[in-house]
Design a protein around this ligand. Sequence first.
Ligand code: NAP
Length: 267
Amino acid sequence: MSKVVLVTGASSGIGRAIAITLSNAGYKVFGASRSVETGLVSDGVIQLQLDVTNEESIKKALSYVQEKEGRLDVLVNNAGLGMIGALENTSSRQVEEIFQTNVYGVLNMCRAALPMMRQQRSGTIFNVTSIAGLMGLPFRGIYSASKSAVEGFSEALSAEVNQFGIKVIIIEPGDFKTGINENRRIAELQSSVYEPFQSAVIAQVNREVNDAPDPSLIGHALIRMLKKNHPRLRYKVATPFQRFSVLVRDIIPDRWFETLVKRYYKM
Ligand code: NAP
């Protein structure tokens, strides 16, 4: 019997690549996002209309999966929004939007899926964070904070639900070539005091994503994790340089690391 998978944010980028890769590998995949029509099939993935910030919408989508398949084996919490710009220029409305999607969205999905998984006494929840969640990157403070929040509660959740046969795995991607730059929010309060650094960082982030690998890599990595009896809590899916930056952050004094980050971004 094929495992039943639900991937959020499957209309684009990493989520789409994970959904298609898993479907090609024989999993029964529901690909959820706000912009699709429930029940249509695209590239082997069953489309599911779902807004992770809306608990009614989540309930409806999960009832659909329950009705069709009677179970949910794997939940991939991938839906997310990028955000760039100086903290001082970020409005509270924007902070709320990012946290609603990147943090509350993941929490909402976990809360809604757990009863089904507990009943089955099995299941795997993947929460997609970012290398940017492991450090406070300049001009990406809100994005970094939202991903750090998911890092924290996922670790706690793992210890809580392991007794029910449920595994929680945190995926920490580096850069991947997706629609994240086009879809991201830019700090809306107008001020030029952070120029030219803000523009330089935006240009650098754009280059990093445009030159990054194809996100299907993450789909294949997920399949390998699903086949493990004892998967780790965290997996970085990133270049050696990005992994090394996390290691360096952990071993050198914070101020030295801050200097390195500023040099890297030419600030
Ligand atoms: P993307 O191409 O912009 O895709 C984002 C996806 O999230 C879309 O399918 C979008 O679909 C969905 N989404 C946004 N808000 C939603 C909501 N309220 N409810 C349901 N779905 C929603 O971005 P991506 O790069 O693939 O990003 C996917 C995840 O990877 C994010 O969590 C991101 O933070 C993380 N990540 C990305 C990178 C990278 O370099 N690309 C690096 C590290 C981490 P609709 O708009 O159709 O709803």
